[in-house]
Design a protein around this ligand. Sequence first.
Ligand code: NAP
Length: 430
Amino acid sequence: MRHVAIVGSGPAGYYTAETLQKADDIAVDVIDRLPVPYGLIRTGVAPDHQSIKAVSRRYEGVALTDNVRFVGHVAVGTDVTIDELVALYDAVILATGAPNDRPLDIPGADLPGVIGSAAFVGWYNGHPDFAGLNPPLDAPGVAVIGNGNVALDVARILAKTPAEFAGSDIVAHARDALGASAVRHIHILGRRGAHQIAMTPKELGELGHLERASPRVDPADLPPEGDDALLEPGMRKSVTHLRSFAANPVAKPVTIDFDFFAMPVGIEGDGRVQRVIVERTTLDAELRSHGTGETYAIEAGLVVSCIGYQTPPIPGVPYEHGRGRFASDDGRILPGLYAVGWARRGPSGTIGTNKPDGARIGEMVLEDIGRGAGKAGRAGLDALLASRDIAPVTFRDWRRIEEAEVKAALDGNPREKFTSIEAMLAALGR
Ligand code: NAP
C-alpha cells in the first residue's frame, strides 16, 4: 500500500485526491487544520455564489471513497511537522492555497479600518480566524483596492440589502452588520484601465442588477470602442459591461464607482482610516502604471485591499518570495514533497483551474512513488497524533457538524455556519 498525505482540503486538495484514489493500493489522507473541509469553497467563494459552492458535492464523493480519509483539526506545522509527514508518507502534497494577503505597502496601511481581503472575505464567510473582525461599516465611504474578482465580491457584498442575501450562506454576524451598515459610496480603485481589469464578465454583470446599488463608470476613462476588438472574448464581454454602466447611469442610493488609473499612495486618518490619497496614473508601452503626480482624496471609513494573495511559507520548505508560493519544479518541491493549486502556481485562475492541476500533480505523484511497499502512512500518523493526545475530526464527524449547520439555517438558506472551532467541536460533543 502506498500512502499519500495532502495538506489542505480545498479544491486543489480534493481534485488531487480524486486522481490519486483511482489508483490501486493507495491510501490518501487529506489533512486540514480546521475541523471542516473544502477550504476556499467554504470560506473564500462568496456566500451568494451557491452554484460555485455546489462543487463541494463532488469533493464529498471523493472524501467518501474507501481509500480517502479526512483528517480534520490537525495543524501541520504545530500538531505535526512537514518532516514528520515526509517520513511517514510516500508523498506529501501541499495544497495549502494562498490564504495571506499581499501586503499593501503604502503609508497609513496599518491604520485601523484598513483590512485585507483575506480577513474581510473570511469575516463574511465565517472563517474562525476572522469571525471577530468587526469591520467598520459606520461611514458612507469605502475604498476597495484592486480590479480583480475579489474586489467585485467585496463591493457586491457591501452593496447588497439583507433581502438579497436570501438563499446564501452568509453568516449571521455579517448579515446583521451589513444590514445596519452606513455604507453608501463604494469606490473600486484600479491602478490601470478598463482593458487591464482582471474581472470576469458574469461577476461584473452582477453589479448591474443590484437592488439599491448601481455601478458608475466615467466614460472619459474608457478607451475608444474600436480597441475592444483586440481583446480576447471574455475580456471584451467584461469591457462591454463597463461601457453599459458608463452609458446608462442609474440613480440608486448606493453607488459603486469604478475609479480607473487610480493608484492609492497613502491612507490618512485620526486614529482610524478617514481617507485614501489616490494618484492618477498613465500606462507605458508595456501597460505598466506610473504616477502622474496629480492626486485626489476619497473619503473612506473602511479600506479593503484586494490586491492578491500569498501562500504562507513553511520553515524548511523552499519558497519563492517574489511570487508568494512554494518553489517547485512544476510541482516537485523536494523528494517526496509536492505542491498543487495556488500553493504551486500562485493565486490565479478559478476553482475549475485546480481540476487539471490536481489531475496532473496526482499523476506525477503516482509515477514518482511507483508501486513499492510504501511507508507507515496513516497508521503511523494515527500513532503519532495519539501520542500527542490529538483526536482528529473525521469526515463522519464533519457530516454531523454539517447536519447541525443545515438545521440552524434560516428558511431557504443552505446552512448557518459555526464560526468558531470551539462551536464546531461542541457540535460533536467535544
Ligand atoms: P487578481 O485577479 O490577481 O487581481 C488583483 C488586482 O489587484 C489586480 O487588478 C491588480 O492590478 C491589483 N493590484 C495588485 N497590486 C496592487 C497594488 N499594489 N496597488 C493597487 N492595485 C494592485 O486577484 P484577486 O482578485 O485576489 O483574485 C484571485 C483569483 O481568484 C483570480 O484568479 C480570480 O479570478 C479568482 N476569483 C474568482 C472568482 C469568481 O470566479 N467568481 C471570485 C473571486 C476570485 P494590476 O493588474 O495592475 O497588477
